[in-house]
Design a protein around this ligand. Structure first.
Ligand code: SF4
Ligand code: SF4
Length: 124
């Protein structure tokens, strides 16, 4: 885990992204989706650092997906440091962020509350 890369504007975990061997995170503008990312464009326009700083209940762009949506919700509730602590612990327990392409163990959920609990405990 490259903790220093933190969390992208949309809520994805740059720190665990399999692309982070060649991409230095959302803030580096090196993301393959940088120029078409709705969450980046919108949060820059709103002059906020991340979607988790936004008051709107929004499912635009990456927030239509359970993982960045729930990571954003998690940070709103517990803070970014707590999410990074949990992701680090879970990685040690064997939880895999990108197992198959851009999908991994955090994507295998339909319910945000259940995923929130998985982030906290590392168990289903
Ligand atoms: S590819 Fe996107 S999600 Fe992955 S590290 Fe780069 S900015 Fe973050
Ligand atoms: S409206 Fe949606 S995309 Fe725009 S900053 Fe807020 S949460 Fe992000």
């Amino acid at each position: 885990m490259k903790r220093e890369l933190g969390i992208a504007r949309c809520g994805l975990a740059c720190c665990l992204c399999s692309e982070n061997v060649k991409c230095n995170g959302c803030g580096s503008n090196e993301c393959p989706d940088n120029d078409r990312c709705e969450n980046k464009r919108c949060s820059v326009e709103k002059e906020i650092s991340h979607c988790y700083m936004c008051q709107e209940d929004c499912r635009k762009g990456l927030l239509s997906k359970i993982k960045p949506y729930t990571f954003t919700m998690f940070i709103k509730k517990y803070g970014e440091d707590k999410l990074l602590d949990c992701l680090e612990e879970n990685e040690k327990r064997g939880v895999v962020y990108h197992r198959d392409g851009i999908d991994g163990d955090y994507d295998d959920f339909d319910d945000a509350e259940q995923l929130m609990n998985f982030i906290l405990t590392g168990t289903r």
